[in-house]
Design a protein around this ligand. Sequence first.
Ligand code: HEC
Ligand code: HEC
Ligand code: HEC
Ligand code: HEC
Ligand code: HEC
Length: 431
Amino acid sequence: MPGTVCAAAVALVGLAACSQGLDPAGLADPASCEGCHPDQVREWAGSMHAYAADDPVFLAMNRLGQRETGGALGDFCVRCHAPFADGRDVESLPRAERGVTCVACHQIAEVVELHNGGLRWSLDRTMRGGLGDPVETPAHASAYSPLVDTAALGSSAACGACHDVVSPAGVAVERTYAEWSESVFARDDVGLSCAGCHMPGRDAPAARGGPTRRVHDHGFPGVDVALTPWPGVEVQRDAIARDLAGVLAARLCAIPAGGGVRFDVTLDNVQAGHAFPSGVTHARRAWLHLVAEEAGVVVRELGGFAAGEIVPLDDPDGWVLGSRFVGVGGVEVPHVWEATGIESALLPPAVTLDPRDPAYYHAVTRSFFVAGAPDVVRIVVKLQPVGLELLDRLIVAGELDPQVRAAMPVHELAGTETEWLRARDGWGCAP
Ligand code: HEC
Ligand code: HEC
Ligand code: HEC
Ligand code: HEC
Ligand code: HEC
């Protein structure tokens, strides 16, 4: 590890420094950070950033895409899931270069394009971060960068370069960055960057033996969990449940209607700085589960999918959030490389703080009729990170191990659990 760079380090800071100094190749390996940054390494190792090039669904889709396009897909998928692959086969990359590694963020020199991994990395000895007054270390140089500072709005562009996908045919496949930049959170007076929400802070040393500072969680829980044995899966699951609990607010109101009751369900995206769901919405499914009872008997159920059952985007009776790809002539097509368009049903984020602006109210309401005289109605929103429909296509194509299907979770958004009781709430809304 200590090569020619080390010789220079000896001249500058002496021999002790040399024993710890890392050259750019050493700095590319997350394992070499562990001795000094154990928390960041442990949290990152359990994150989807670490898993990005090991994820069996990603690998299966990439293989199928290569096969179906005769290789024309090239490194399109790999450039965000393993940005340093440099044309090598993603499946045989050494551990140190798999996934979104430390330097994929801490050595971003420039955002070249706001999608498709449009980043330029320095790949030098300098770690960019938000400290401003870092303690010197022989291991690496440190520098302030607004691209890696949770408090700087511009840091969202660094995340956004990867969290915004435009397909080779020009279809906006993932729009998380675009959604954020149109939201109220991207405004200077509100000012919440991606990392500002996704990397909660706590007080601890940033490096072993260093001063106490505001440090930031590197687990990046979203909705996906590792589907194969992986460190930190339980920690991720708990963090996902915590973050999903409050993302939506739900309201359930009863209105008399001929021969029964109309229930108005309102879902409000209150905490996400972008649409909900976001990201790979063509694969993702979120839905309303509603159960109505009369005298202890279920008289109507929507979205009551059994474990292992496919959640269709077109559930004529229910309410399913997600997207579909369309191809030439507007017909639905399964894969991104065939798509010429995308149709989405998502919950938008807040776009204004002005109550007089018609866009202020961004919640979405749908009505459901229940015949008879129901006395209890319960609702909750559920989410599956990657729908089983897509997994089945990959299994049939021979690219995905069927065991992965059984590992795909369904999350419940605890904060949306609402119960209407006729005796308590009458013609009105559940508390
Ligand atoms: C020999 C110990 C050591 C090793 C090994 C080490 N670092 Fe550091 N690092 C430090 C110290 C000390 C600081 C400054 C901490 C402070 O000021 O509180 C630091 C600061 C940082 C910062 C913040 C920079 C800033 O200005 O905001 C980042 C990012 C960072 N290190 C990343 C890494 C990565 C990635 C690796 C592995 C490739 C690594 N470090 C390896 C000791 C080390
Ligand atoms: C997805 C981008 C991303 C990845 C990957 C990433 N970091 Fe960070 N890291 C950040 C951001 C953003 C901050 C917050 C900077 C700030 O606001 O001060 C940060 C902060 C830090 C700090 C300063 C202390 C703290 O927690 O705020 C250290 C040290 C650090 N990271 C080390 C690492 C190491 C080691 C790895 C790999 C194991 C890594 N990071 C991977 C984005 C990333
Ligand atoms: C080099 C590209 C890259 C950068 C930069 C990057 N990400 Fe990611 N991120 C990914 C990829 C790829 C995944 C998905 C990995 C997987 O599940 O296969 C991901 C996953 C995530 C997830 C989990 C998503 C889920 O479905 O569970 C969150 C949250 C996230 N990133 C937030 C951020 C934030 C915030 C930043 C900026 C501080 C950032 N990312 C920077 C590529 C990147
Ligand atoms: C105002 C806070 C906030 C901001 C700003 C924000 N997010 Fe999120 N994000 C959330 C919440 C809350 C969730 C839902 C909870 C979860 O998935 O863990 C979420 C979910 C996600 C997910 C999981 C995918 C999904 O379907 O929900 C990804 C990926 C993500 N965010 C990336 C980003 C990126 C990239 C940015 C910046 C461009 C960003 N977020 C800005 C709060 C925020
Ligand atoms: C611009 C960067 C980028 C490109 C290009 C890209 N992805 Fe991703 N991918 C991401 C990010 C960021 C996420 C995490 C966001 C989320 O989960 O919503 C993700 C998530 C995924 C997921 C869901 C999580 C998982 O792994 O199960 C799959 C599958 C996936 N990508 C496959 C692909 C395939 C196949 C391609 C090529 C056709 C591709 N991606 C191209 C950035 C990219």
